[in-house]
Design a protein around this ligand. Structure first.
Ligand code: HEC
Length: 114
């Protein structure tokens, strides 16, 4: 029993250091570069295949949607809602292709695009 508490504390500290924050966002940006940047620019108004994702958080909020829920739907079930003026071209298999950790990092990064 004496050893359990320090171990739990260490595990918690380890988790606290790896979750959230700039490091997670940097990893998410890498996931974005590898999987999304071929179709999505981060510069406002620049259309590649899909809409630029600059300001995507504000757009979600303006629609009265929770940004995290908006992004999850857009990435995991993209066909559920198509952005007006765009074709249904977004891949539908990101949930399978990306690990849960990569998805978490991706959402952390996307949530910085205010
Ligand atoms: C093959 C091109 C392509 C790839 C790759 C792609 N997307 Fe898309 N994406 C689109 C298109 C086209 C739309 C607009 C049609 C729609 O709503 O599905 C879109 C829409 C979106 C939207 C909604 C934007 C808004 O303003 O409402 C988000 C968010 C998004 N994509 C995120 C991503 C992310 C994150 C990735 C990488 C994991 C990704 N996309 C990969 C083509 C792509």
């Amino acid at each position: 029993m004496r050893f359990v508490f320090p171990l739990v504390l260490l595990a918690w500290l380890g988790a606290a250091c790896t979750q959230g924050g700039p490091r997670l966002e940097a990893r998410g940006k890498q996931v974005f570069t590898e999987n999304c940047a071929s179709c999505h620019s981060l510069d406002p108004g620049v259309v590649i295949v899909g809409p630029a994702l600059a300001g995507v958080v504000s757009r979600a909020t303006a629609q009265g949607t929770d940004p995290r829920a908006f992004l999850e739907q857009a990435v995991l079930t993209p066909a559920a809602k198509i952005v007006p003026g765009f074709a249904n071209l977004m891949p539908v298999d990101f949930e399978r292709r990306l690990s849960p950790d990569d998805l978490e990092a991706l959402f952390a990064f996307l949530l910085t695009l205010e």
